[in-house]
Design a protein. Structure first.
Length: 153
């Protein structure tokens, strides 16, 4: 018998115990059973893009209703492995290319739309277009008010 089925039977009989340890649960603890964790409702989208694509991405995201983002100048390399440039007749290799990193925290249901907008605005089909990382956010706290999670975004 699954834990969920057993718990439903125990709720009907008004017995509340943790399985498998048989520790008695309070009603407050029980009220969170089966609900999604609020933090899992938030996603952090981190995109590393070409610098000249920033304005296009910003316009696309603002038009889609995204109200906040963090932008940083970063340097790195991937499959491009840097590039060779000439300066005053000398050739030299730039190993770390300049990129822009955009970070956005959004609700889980909007994350796919945000990713699609970033891809549409940045894709050239060439090496160096960038990467997008999507990860769950454990907790968000607005420092000024102390609001947490969805209220803080």
């Amino acid at each position: 018998m699954s834990i969920e089925v057993q718990l439903k039977q125990d709720i009907a009989m008004r017995k509340f115990f943790c399985y498998p340890c048989n520790f008695p649960l309070s009603l407050i603890t029980l009220s969170f059973y089966g609900q999604e964790n609020r933090a899992s409702q938030l996603k952090k989208i981190q995109a590393i893009i070409r610098p000249f694509k920033l304005d296009e991405v910003k316009i696309a995201l603002v038009d889609a209703g995204v109200i906040g983002m963090t932008v940083s100048e970063v340097r790195g390399f991937g499959r491009q492995k840097g590039q060779t440039e000439r300066y005053r007749g000398s050739e030299y290799t730039v190993e770390f290319l300049q990129k822009i990193q955009i970070e956005i925290v959004s609700e889980d249901k909007q994350a796919d739309m945000v990713v699609d907008k970033i891809i549409a605005a940045t894709r050239t089909g060439e090496f160096g277009d960038g990467k997008i990382f999507v990860s769950p956010v454990e907790e968000v706290i607005r420092i000024r008010t102390g609001e947490k999670n969805l209220e803080a975004v």
